[in-house]
Design a binder for this molecule. Structure first.
Ligand SMILES: *Cc1c(COP(=O)(O)O)cnc(C)c1O
Length: 296
């Protein structure tokens, strides 16, 4: 569903948001798209177990645990940070995943870095037997096929499509199903431009770019300015944004509009990729620091 952002923008720009956050009560936004064909494939291969990887507040971890419960798989999560093992109760994302039946294995950051190595994979096979593996963040060919279903032909009327970028799977799907006259702009939620190669690997067109100016210090980092923006946006438009991805993307779009980046009368579609489950964890951190929290 596309929703118009009712606000006067300079240069007669019109802004819309695709509410992918409303697709499913738990498996929000792009994680739903990314899992769809992976779950079909796992069923086809007769797998009973899904195994995946993620960090402390990962939307992907929560999505896989919910998908496991809903579609009849046992879910195993390899979690970065062994210090988290006795802090599940304080971590809303991990607590949710656990309640949905996910089994955790906590590993050190060093072990996690080597998670794709042959040795680590072999140790997982020895421990857990046969499983269907979903990469960190969920990005693989099946995920991109799912993300190609975000845009439909009626979205061809937009000049620009804007989305948040983590691993690059979502933007790759958007690029593949876009019209070549449209421009796809990704807003990186993390520092560094190593993403571009990953996107180029999956994307079938060159009508895209990644903006790295709105990461706010890096992945999972926020500023008072960003939190204020998210709260004001929600107050004005009754649409919650998450602090890790969609808040940064929307801040970037507003800033670029103000700076005159988009030509006159541009029609812009932003993608709400979900991630709202992460707000609770972020608010805990903000509260500990005595900062303003995100209003939901
Ligand atoms: C995971 C996630 C992203 C990033 O998607 P990628 O396909 O990894 O680039 C963007 N927004 C939200 C809300 C997410 O949870």
């Amino acid at each position: 569903m596309n929703q118009k952002i009712n606000q006067e923008f300079p240069h007669e720009i019109s802004l819309y948001i695709k509410r992918e956050d409303l697709l499913h009560p738990i498996i929000s936004g792009n994680k739903f798209r990314k899992l769809k064909y992976n779950l079909e494939e796992a069923k086809k291969q007769n797998k009973k177990v899904l195994l995946t990887f993620g960090g402390a507040f990962s939307n992907h971890i929560v999505a896989v645990s919910a998908a496991g419960k809903e579609f009849g798989f046992h879910a195993i999560g390899i979690i970065r940070g062994d210090e988290l093992s006795n802090k599940i109760a304080e971590n809303p994302s991990l607590l949710k995943a656990q309640q949905l039946g996910m089994q955790f294995e906590f590993v050190t950051r060093e072990q996690y870095r080597l998670k794709d190595s042959y040795e680590f994979m072999e140790s997982l096979s020895n421990k857990y037997g046969d499983f269907y593996i979903i990469p960190e963040g969920g990005t693989n060919e099946w995920a991109i096929k799912g993300c190609e279903e975000i845009l439909t032909e009626s979205d061809f009327e937009f000049d620009y499509i804007c989305c948040a970028v983590g691993t690059g799977g979502t933007i790759s799907g958007l690029i593949n199903s876009s019209d070549s006259n449209q421009k796809i702009i990704g807003f990186s939620s993390l520092k560094g431009d190593f993403l571009q190669n990953d996107i180029a690997k999956f994307a079938n067109k060159q009508n895209w770019s990644v903006n790295c100016d709105y990461h706010f210090g890096g992945y999972g980092k926020v500023t008072d300015e960003l939190i204020d923006f998210i709260n004001t946006f929600n107050l004005n438009h009754k649409i919650p944004l998450d602090p890790i991805y969609t808040g940064k993307m929307m801040f970037g779009v507003f800033d670029l509009i103000a700076k005159g980046y988009f030509p006159k009368q541009s029609k812009i579609l932003t993608i709400h990729t979900g991630g709202l489950q992460g707000i609770a964890g972020m608010n805990n951190l903000l509260q500990k620091k005595g900062k303003t929290t995100i209003v939901i």
